[in-house]
Design a protein around this ligand. Structure first.
Ligand SMILES: [Zn+2]
Length: 151
């Protein structure tokens, strides 16, 4: 028996139900839906109401997405991914062509800024899906999204 009190009214069932009428999505599904700015639970409502501001709750299924707090995880993941994708070309161009430093700065800094900005929203959405799947709310005072059944 699983009880969930965060994503909607308390429910009990033998399945991994979190919002009445919906089951907890698989990890890949939750990540993909979040990446596409869709609610990780139902896949219909939106995750963001601004560029990076989360909606308080899904407009379709009522899942309280606003309780999920990816916070600094999104910029961390974006910097990690962008660094691994763009730094090899930086080093390769330096080694092969040895352009002046001002050219490196004029080329790479704006490119890094643009790529990071474009990646931030989908990565944060995917993290919302991940946190939703894992039941991480960031609030230690509230029960987990998916508390473990007693016993
Ligand atoms: Zn939803």
């Amino acid at each position: 028996m699983l009880r969930c009190t965060i994503l909607g009214p308390p429910v009990s069932s033998n399945e991994e139900s979190c919002t009445p009428g919906y089951t907890r999505p698989a990890l890949g599904v939750a990540l993909k839906r979040g990446l596409m700015n869709r609610c990780p639970v139902c896949g219909e409502g939106r995750v963001f109401r601004g560029f990076l501001k989360l909606v308080p709750a899904c407009s379709h299924c009522g899942t309280e997405l606003g309780r999920l707090r990816p916070d600094d995880a999104a910029p961390y993941a974006v910097i990690l991914i962008t660094g691994h994708v763009l730094l090899p070309p930086v080093f390769w161009i330096e080694r092969v062509y040895q352009p002046p430093m001002w050219l490196h700065m004029a080329l790479w800094l704006p490119l890094f800024a643009i790529v990071c900005t474009l990646m931030l929203r989908p990565v944060k959405g995917a993290l919302v899906g991940l946190f939703c799947r894992l039941g991480i709310t960031g609030n230690e005072q509230a029960p987990n999204l998916y508390p473990t059944p007693p016993g």
